[in-house]
Design a binder for this molecule. Sequence first.
Ligand code: M6R
Length: 610
Amino acid sequence: MCGIVGAVAQRDVADILVEGLKRLEYRGYDSAGVAVINKKNELLSTKRLGKVQELDQALTEAPLAGGTGIAHTRWATHGAPSEVNAHPHISSNTIAVVHNGIIENHQALRSQLQGLGYEFLSQTDTEVITHLVHHELKTSDSLLSAVQKTVKQLEGAYGTVVMDSRDQDNLIVARSGSPLVIGYGLGENFIASDIMALLPVTRKFSYLEEGDVAQISRFDVNIFDIDGKPVIREAKEVSVSHDSGDKGEYRHYMLKETYEQPTAIRNSLEGRLVAGKLDINTFGDGADEIFKNVEHVQIIACGTSYHSGMVARYWLEELAGVSCNIEIASEFRYRKSFVPKNSLLVTISQSGETADTLAALRLAKEIGYQSSLVICNVPGSSLVRESDLAFMTKAGAEIGVASTKAFTTQLVGLLMMTMAIGKHHGMSADKQAEITQSLMSLPAKLDEVLALASSIEDLAEDFADKNHALFLGRGDQYPIAMEGALKLKEISYIHAEAYAAGELKHGPLALIDAEMPVIVVAPKNDLIEKLKSNVEEVRARGGLMYVFADSDANFSSDDTCKVINVPVCDGIIAPIVYTLPLQLLSYYVAIIKGTDVDQPRNLAKSVTVE
Ligand code: M6R
């Protein structure tokens, strides 16, 4: 979480930094700040509570001139969102620091530094870095060496950028647990949490590795590894579109990204299903050899990505005949677990930087998982670099905090993974062809679903005055119910829960009354009659229902039940198809409630702290 941008240039950099922050706002938006060094070697800083827009406004009214600078958009961990807790933090009017991550030993360091006479202005853990660098500089011959000594004393996670007002020529950056990428310009260089921030100024990037410290000047970048040895981190040109951050004609990124799903899925399929056959190399070199030996799959993910993994478990066991477990990363990483023989560890992550998922992958390697695969949307991200195999979803940049197209393209990737593994477990050529056919039909099917938007918008009116909602599904639609509930709660702030419909009678049925709308995902499948019995249990207790079903499922609307007709589709892809109406429902409910759809309160897009 938190977004960092830094620049060393001849021109004034405040505008570049603020533009970078706008592109990183998905990482946090509690407060924002910038600091630059001017020609007189003075440190100038402006910070604002709230979004980057507030900072931008302040800088329009009182611009900051300087060619070396750092900036930050914050997602609060230690200390409430406030101007005083906003970064950059400054020590003795000379050292300025921005930081992403959590310094776990900050209390001990704070006491130590207070003992040395340093006065703390904020409640943040970051401020210890600022004073520590200042203190170490007293006995160091350079800012680089002071930062190297400082980071050795830090426990926890950091991506940090340090500048000294007496040295206009350099920024010192350090990475451990929080990503940083160097951007190379002509006579100017940059640093950021994510390449997105720097696309307006460069396309050439190199990623810092864990433990790296680097000195960045206008013409040089010198990188040192964890042992202080000079290292080269290869710089590569990226071909990401400069404008992928634009909202276009849409009111919100979430709506744009919802509508982009047919295209995102088309892109994710393209070149991978050649002449009706899956190209295994799409998972990386040696994929077939790895898949051949897989006897068990362990999936690890968080949030929405966890829900896609839950669907995959149904697919892997039913279609590929391979056993599969799925666990939330923050649980997996802190318990002792058994590693079944010939297990493939699969992580799923839109960002590829989620701290818990990354830690789980690293743990899995330690405890004996022989191979790993990530389903990810961000090339070059930590999970991609540290996994043996990668399936890159081609969703394009997802900016809205609420995940939409990343989720459905993950499902596409997971279905292809099911085919790739199933091939070695007796999945027939006919079944492979059927899945292929199903996947190919998906974009057009999703276009049909998106045409339901205006009727779903009308339906949203029924939810705007409600405080709770219950989502029900069975089989592979249970995770879709969970995803629907997560979407509703995260962007409309309505409390929503999901249950496997068969569980209703074991407790949640007690909640049913006219104030608890019940949303049911009900495509015609093997479980439809069972689900209908559950619907009757709700009806008998005076519940109000909203049933998303195809015509074959045979539901009809009445006083207590509104049926929303979803196009008939192949059962294999039904979890993907039924996701979209629930995304649209939560979007339109949020619009009526007037919440901040793209940047809901208390959240951030990329969760790089545990
Ligand atoms: O980047 P990741 O997919 O690893 O992120 C995991 C979750 O934080 C994420 O899926 C979150 O639950 C969604 N943004 C919710 O819509």
